[in-house]
Design a protein around this ligand. Structure first.
Ligand code: HEM
Length: 536
């Protein structure tokens, strides 16, 4: 997804992009003049074509060619919420040559994600995402159809369903205990970066579920640090605004060079994937030779996927490209989303210490101070569950979801949404609508303890849907819910948290492919369990 920029910056990207390619600098410029004329023409004529078809939604006029790009605020979710106040719950915005539709009310969200789910369950794939996802062969970017359904089934039912997650609890437990031990080791008054710690924990959990049975010891540790580097390189490039997305006609010229930049991390990832896959195949061959194959079922998701590749449905085959693209989805899609939510939870509770105290009292009562948190305790932690829900209300990890794209021109409300538009559902703004949520900016977990209202993550209630709704709802909800709850419970049970002297808690947000804290949470942990053995 592209982040917005100011016009001066847009120009400098354009300029840099052109200069990096001296030998072709002249003809893209000429070409762009022609495209400018075409884009302007299209922009002027962009209105419903069929007689009697409802009009496009209202929205700012913008400028020829660039549309509203010069006026965008980097905090895109806030800017879109402001537009909704002027133009209403369904609005249009021109981003270069691309038509964006902004949805900002529960009823419009329902129309798009439920009533017209089949039409809108598609994506407008950003140029760099197509490259990094092996040509868009992953779950996130594959269009609605048999291939996407097959991938979803593999992922949600077979790997990220409750039964599969239960089977690999020990892996999550080991990583969580290692994190708590590591934080304890640094708890002599030293501050830690909470988000960074959690990112490492989640990454280790995900990779150990993917190929934990394949790589061991030193090899696994060194791979972990390489992964961290590559993931942050990828998220950085994915977060940059790209002229190729605003002017799809120019995409093939890759004027900013982001397409070639992302090929670097892709090659590194691919090399790692190849190496791990080769290792797993070798282990399988050895086990077969020793007559041990099929003894205990699959040891990790990689083994399961390799089996599926060889034995799967011939009508919609699961290929090696799908396998690698799924590995990429899990590693890139599951890490930042989960770790940022944990960081927000600790930060919000530190800002309102009575909530932290209440959460700690609850965990103490359920787990005891002479014990460690286990996932089996989580269903009894009602207040903590309310904390997590409230954090995801205020700071949904993907504030505009992953933009949807209608496969057909469609009427929504009194307006037309043309085929191919990029549809932003501003769940962040809906979660802060004062007509739904009293004192919406206040962090108040108690609002989720009201027994009359069943708030959950199923996406059935369009007042609250941090994981999206409909066919394209998050594929990792079960995993995310467990990991966030388990992490927050373990962190508040094991430690008290204070800020380093002289620092202030800043809760500002920063828009990006994942909504982050503008300033990382740096906090000092103090052990609160009596027995040091509980930190080993
Ligand atoms: C707190 C953590 C998380 C949040 C808030 C979150 C939220 C979301 C949202 C809002 C979407 C887009 C829904 C839409 O477009 O309508 C999404 C998609 C997705 N998420 Fe998550 N997510 C989280 C964690 C995870 C994890 C841990 C995984 C996997 C390990 C994961 C895998 C995916 C995938 C594969 C998709 C694409 C689904 C599709 O297009 O069919 N997510 N997530």
């Amino acid at each position: 997804m592209a982040i917005p920029i100011r016009f001066s910056e847009l120009w400098s990207w354009w300029w840099e992009g052109s200069n990096q390619r001296d030998n072709i600098a002249r003809w893209p410029l000429t070409l762009s003049v022609v495209l400018f004329m075409l884009a302007w023409y299209r922009w002027l004529l962009a209105k419903p074509k069929k007689k009697g078809e409802p009009p496009l939604p209202p929205g700012p006029r913008g400028l020829p060619l660039v549309g509203s790009l010069p006026f965008l605020d980097p905090e895109l979710h806030v800017y879109f919420a402001d537009l909704a106040r002027v133009y209403g719950p369904i609005a249009k915005i021109w981003l270069g040559n691309k038509l964006g539709i902004i949805i900002t009310s529960p009823s419009m969200a329902r129309a798009v994600l439920k009533d017209h789910d089949n039409t809108f369950a598609n994506r407008d794939v950003p140029a760099v995402a197509r490259i990094i996802a092996y040509g868009g062969k992953d779950i996130v970017w594959t269009p609605n159809g048999p291939e996407w359904r097959m991938l979803r089934k593999v992922c949600v039912r077979e790997m990220l369903g409750h039964a599969s997650l239960e089977a690999v609890y020990e892996l999550r437990r080991q990583e969580m205990r290692a994190t708590i031990g590591h934080v304890y080791g640094r708890s002599s008054g030293m501050a830690i970066n909470v988000g960074e710690q959690m990112f490492l924990t989640v990454l280790n959990v995900i990779t150990s579920m993917l190929w934990g049975g394949t790589l061991k010891g030193e090899e696994r540790t060194s791979l972990g640090s390489e992964f961290r580097e590559v993931v942050s390189e990828i998220t950085e490039i994915l977060g940059k605004p790209n002229i190729s997305d605003f002017f799809p006609g120019l995409a093939r010229f890759d004027l900013q060079g982001l397409g070639s930049q992302i090929k670097g991390p892709l090659v590194r990832f691919d090399r790692i994937f190849e190496m791990i896959i080769e290792q797993r195949l070798k282990m399988d061959r050895e086990e077969k030779a020793e007559g041990k194959s099929g003894e205990k079922g699959c040891k990790d998701f990689l083994q399961f996927m390799l089996k599926l590749k060889d034995e799967g449905d011939s009508k919609t085959p699961f290929t090696m490209t799908h396998l690698k693209a799924l590995l990429m989805d899990m590693v890139v899609g599951g890490t930042d989303t989960t770790s940022n939510t944990v960081e927000w939870a600790i930060a919000e509770m530190m800002k309102k210490p009575e909530t932290l105290k209440k959460a700690q009292e609850e965990v103490d009562a359920v787990v005891g101070k002479d014990n460690v948190v286990e996932e089996s305790h989580l269903p009894k932690l009602h207040y903590l569950s309310a904390v997590v829900k409230e954090v995801l209300r205020l700071h949904p990890a993907l504030p505009l979801l992953v933009p949807h794209c209608p496969s057909l021109t469609c009427a929504v409300g009194d307006f037309t949404i043309p085929q191919g538009a990029r549809v932003f559902v501003n769940v962040w703004a809906i979660h802060r609508d004062p007509s739904i949520w009293p004192n919406p900016s206040e962090f108040n977990p108690d609002r989720f303890l009201n027994a009359d209202q069943k708030w959950d993550f199923t996406g059935n209630d369009f007042n609250y849907f941090p994981f999206g709704s409909g066919r394209r709802i998050c594929a990792g909800i079960a995993m995310a819910e467990r990991m966030v709850m388990y992490s927050v419970a373990s962190l508040v049970h094991s430690f008290d948290w204070v800020l380093p002297e002289g620092t202030k808690l800043d809760l500002s947000e920063k828009f990006g492919i994942v909504l982050k804290k503008a300033e990382p949470l740096i906090a000092i942990p103090t052990p609160r369990l009596s027995n040091p053995d509980l930190y080993l």
